[in-house]
Structures are given as C-alpha cells and as structure tokens.
Design a protein around this ligand. Structure first.
Ligand code: CMP
Length: 140
C-alpha cells in the first residue's frame, strides 16, 4: 500500500470544547503525519464551496452555518492507507453509530456536530487538500 494524503477538519464543536490536542494526539498515534496545518474561520463562500457536493441535501444550509460558526483546524495528513485509516479513526458520521474509541464516538455531539471531517476517496482528498493548501506549504 502506497503512502497517500488525506484532508482533515477539526470542526467548530471540537475547537470550541478545547479538543484540538486530544484529536491531534489520536491522529498522530494512528501513524498519520501532519504535512500542513492551519487554524481558520471559514467564510460562507468557503464552506459552501467545500461542501458543494451536498448543496441539494436538506441539511446544507445548517451545515454551512455550523461550519462558519467558529474556528476550525484544517490539515493535510499523510501515511500508509491514510484515507481509510483516518476514516476508521473518525468512526461513522453519526456519533451514535460510531465504534467505541473513535474520534466521533468520544467527542461527537450529533450527526452534524461530529467533531471532524476526513476525505472519502483519493480524488476528493486531492481536491480538498488543494482547496485549502498550496503544495509548497506541505512541508511537514
Ligand atoms: P462530513 O463528514 O464533514 O460530511 C458532511 C457533513 O454534513 C457531515 O460530516 C456532518 O457534519 C453534516 N451532516 C449533517 N446532517 C447530516 C446527515 N443527515 N447526513 C450526513 N451528514 C450530515
């Protein structure tokens, strides 16, 4: 299995509850290397653009409102099988269905305020990393 990259967001609910350190510890202990990282407060345009695939979904408006409600930590992670590994570490979208010990089971509040985001496939990972980072920033 080749080394690959994925994209992560530590979402407003987790930043607000001071969980950045706990989540980054889980990420690095899972063998994922942080290549680039930034704390930002997303604009409405950024959130709408990032989640454009969901724009027809009934939760889109609330999702954009939530993702712009406070700061988030965006990062590019790298490692063996990074996309799948990070998705396993996050657990199911709905924290109630997430496996014990996963980020969302430990910290998620509900299906929207689920503490973290991770890319779901290689093409989305590439696009999502490029949405927030220039290649020359990924130095880690
Ligand atoms: P994420 O993995 O970032 O992808 C889309 C986000 O929409 C999801 O996590 C949740 O934060 C949010 N969301 C809100 N309601 C739903 C829902 N019913 N199904 C999936 N995602 C939802």
């Amino acid at each position: 299995m080749a080394i690959e990259r994925t994209f992560s967001i530590i979402k407003p609910d987790a930043v607000e509850r001071n969980l950045i350190g706990d989540i980054l510890k889980m990420i690095t202990e899972a063998g994922l290397k942080i290549k680039g990282m930034r704390m930002i407060h997303m604009s409405k345009e950024q959130a709408e653009g990032f989640y454009a695939v969901h724009k027809e979904r009934p939760f889109f408006g609330e999702l954009v409102e939530y993702m712009t409600s406070g700061p988030v930590v965006v990062s590019c992670l790298e490692g063996e099988n990074a996309i799948e590994n990070y998705r396993k570490l996050m657990g199911a979208t709905n924290p109630e269905q997430a496996e014990e010990g996963t980020i969302r089971a430990r910290f998620g509040q509900n299906i929207q305020n689920n503490s973290c985001h991770g890319s779901d496939a290689p093409d989305t990972a590439r696009n999502e990393v490029a949405f927030f980072f220039n290649e020359d920033e990924l130095v880690g």
